[in-house]
Design a protein around this ligand. Structure first.
Ligand code: G1P
Length: 292
């Protein structure tokens, strides 16, 4: 049973400046909660009990967010604010948190490699801290992926979402082997190809499961796209050597919300706010009015 997830949150978030100048993009709110809280809640619902954050400079508010804030709890209790107290329930999730810093910004692959000493010889999940899966993170994709990992005796399981042709340039793109169902075999993976070179429109959607052999591949991975050590390139090394890689597709009602750029951040915020049980209906009327 895989119960350990590595969550990289060290990226600078340059595509979201100035919002991310002095706060992590993972702490931007989408509706009521910061992005990274949705990520952790999703992982906990899929059986994860240990979360290792790979953080970096300027990211300490993430650590603060998952602390148990005793003075605040006492204050809310003593002043009878039971409703607000409920909002801190996530602090009590049955999870252990670990934090280590990526001390140099050398890419996503390097960030994952920073977890090697702690993870050792166990299989583990990687969940990117800037992506929410499903409205309000109501997705069990990670438990579906870990089930496939165990059943297929794979070394790599990657989550995919079908994207528009012009969007392949933003993602790792799958070259599937054989027919593509909900679960399919991976022949290759290409980081941010041009539209012409993309072997499919299946884009890596921020969730992975790995056996520890990924660390060997990462240690050998040379800087790739953007001069960074790419997780995609380490996966390629393993696939070329005959290690088994499986793709799992998100369901139609399981959208990935990418909080790495303003376009999809705005869309995510609006969608989550419209679904808010308290304010959604009024917001819908307001937006209708604005749109004339
Ligand atoms: C990373 C990965 C890419 C993946 C994307 C979203 O890119 O390198 O393969 O498709 O996350 O999961 P980034 O968004 O860090 O540029």
């Amino acid at each position: 049973m895989i119960d350990l997830a590595l969550v990289p949150v060290a990226g600078w978030g340059t595509r979201m400046l100035p919002a991310t100048k002095s706060q992590p993009k993972e702490m931007l709110p989408v509706g009521r909660k910061p992005v990274v809280q949705y990520v952790v809640e999703e992982l906990v619902n899929s059986g994860i009990r240990q979360v290792l954050f790979i953080t970096g400079q300027g990211k300490s508010s993430i650590e603060n967010h998952f602390d148990i804030d005793a003075p605040l709890i006492t204050y809310l209790r003593e002043t009878g604010r039971e409703e607000q107290l409920q909002e801190l329930q996530f602090e009590r999730e049955d999870v252990e948190y670990f934090y280590t810093r990526q001390r140099r910004q050398l890419g996503l692959g390097h960030a994952v490699l920073c977890g090697k000493a702690m993870i050792g010889a166990q299989p583990f999940v990687v969940a990117l801290g800037d992506s929410i899966i499903g409205l309000n993170a109501e997705s069990d994709i990670v438990s579906r992926m870990t089930a496939v990992f165990e059943r297929e005796k794979a070394d790599i399981v990657v989550c995919f979402e079908e994207v528009a042709a012009e969007d392949v340039v933003h993602y790792g793109i799958a070259k599937p082997q054989g027919t593509v169902g909900e679960v399919f075999e991976l022949a290759d993976l290409i980081e941010k190809p041009s539209v012409a070179d993309a072997p499919s429109r299946l884009a890596v959607a921020a969730r992975y499961v790995f056996s520890p052999v990924i660390f060997d591949a990462l240690a050998e991975t040379k800087p790739g796209k953007g001069g960074e050590i790419q997780l995609t390139d380490a996966i390629r090394i393993l696939l070329k050597r005959g290690h088994k890689g499986i793709g799992v597709k998100l369901a139609d009602n399981e959208q990935r919300f990418d909080i790495g750029n303003f376009e999809s951040y705005f869309q995510a915020f609006v969608e989550f706010a419209l679904a808010d049980p308290q304010y959604g209906t009024a917001l819908r009327d307001h937006v209708r009015k604005l749109l004339g």
